[in-house]
Design a protein around this ligand. Structure first.
Ligand code: BV8
Length: 237
């Protein structure tokens, strides 16, 4: 069985927990209703912080009422089982929710930040922030009012932990993308990097993403069914 597995998750792994995805074929995705360039860019925040903060307040409230689904629990199980065998799971998520953590995953790399944290643009400290965030909130660290923003990576901003991600990609012996449309870079480029290193790749998705041709193997269906079955099969080998 593979010893070091690199898993990249996207919005599809949290879809059955009731969190929206961004680009559904049905046109019901978040970005079908909201303009990402207005709501998920620093310029959009600069122009209209109240609207952007309200957008994230709604998603934060939805997240607080959501629960991990069997896909999140299966990945937490995989992390423990690999560690017990002297292997390791590198779990990188594009998601800003904490469902992997709530399902028991111990090491989660949030390359696009975290919805339940706020960052002060004045002193740069990051706080856990599980409640609404408004322009009238003061930074608990430096008392600056109106400098707090969600600690998430917007379009045009640098994703986090890219060096660690690159190192893990180069040393993995299996790359698996779960519930991602492969629409956003640099995350969408990880599968090509894995292939360039000769790492076998597998797509687990509701349906084939546009970059499905880059994967050696694929399993399609709802993550809450496919991921637990895949983990069970993997752990039997
Ligand atoms: C960067 C956090 C430089 C916030 C997100 C012009 C201007 C500026 C930038 C660009 C530009 N043109 C291109 C770029 C680069 C840009 C980019 O890629 N744009 C795209 C649109 C072309 N990228 C960036 O700006 C990134 N930064 O480039 O900096 C740089 C360059 C190189 C190296 C270093 C730095 C920053 C991007 C991060 C933006 N922040 N989110 C928030 O959440 O509000 S992006 C957001 O969309 C998500 O975080 C996620 O990362 C991304 C993709 O979404 P997915 O997770 O894939 O979800 P999606 O809905 O698309 O797909 C869901 C999938 O699940 C589907 O396949 C569906 O079939 C499946 N599914 C559904 N249900 C289920 C299921 N699967 C299983 N079971 C189910 N039940």
């Amino acid at each position: 069985m593979s010893q070091h597995i690199f898993v990249l998750t996207g919005a599809g792994v949290s879809a059955e927990s009731g969190l929206g995805t961004f680009r559904d074929k049905s046109g019901e995705g978040i970005w079908a209703k909201f303009d990402p360039m207005k709501l998920a860019t620093p310029q959009g925040f600069e122009r209209d912080p109240r609207t952007v903060l309200a957008f994230y307040d709604a998603r934060r409230r939805n997240l607080l009422g959501a629960r991990p689904n069997p896909a999140h629990f299966a990945l937490a199980r995989l992390e423990q089982a690999l560690a017990a065998r002297g292997g390791r799971l590198t779990l990188v998520t594009q998601n800003i929710d904490d469902l992997h953590e709530r399902a028991g995953s111990r090491e989660v790399v949030h390359m696009h930040g975290e919805l339940l944290k706020a960052r002060c643009q004045s002193c740069e400290t990051v706080q856990v922030w599980p409640r609404d965030l408004t322009v009238d909130d003061a930074c608990p660290e430096c008392d600056h009012v109106g400098a707090l923003r969600p600690d998430v990576v917007w379009f045009g901003e640098f994703p986090l932990h890219l060096d660690d991600i690159d190192h893990a990609l180069r040393h993995a012996d299996l790359f698996v993308a779960i519930g991602t449309s492969g629409a956003v870079y640099p995350a969408a480029g990880f599968v090509a990097e894995a292939r360039a290193q000769g790492v076998p790749t597998c797509e687990i998705n509701l349906e084939a993403a546009d970059n499905a041709f880059l994967f050696d193997d694929a399993r399609y269906g709802p993550a809450s069914e496919i991921v637990p079955a895949w983990v069970e099969e993997l752990l039997e080998t």
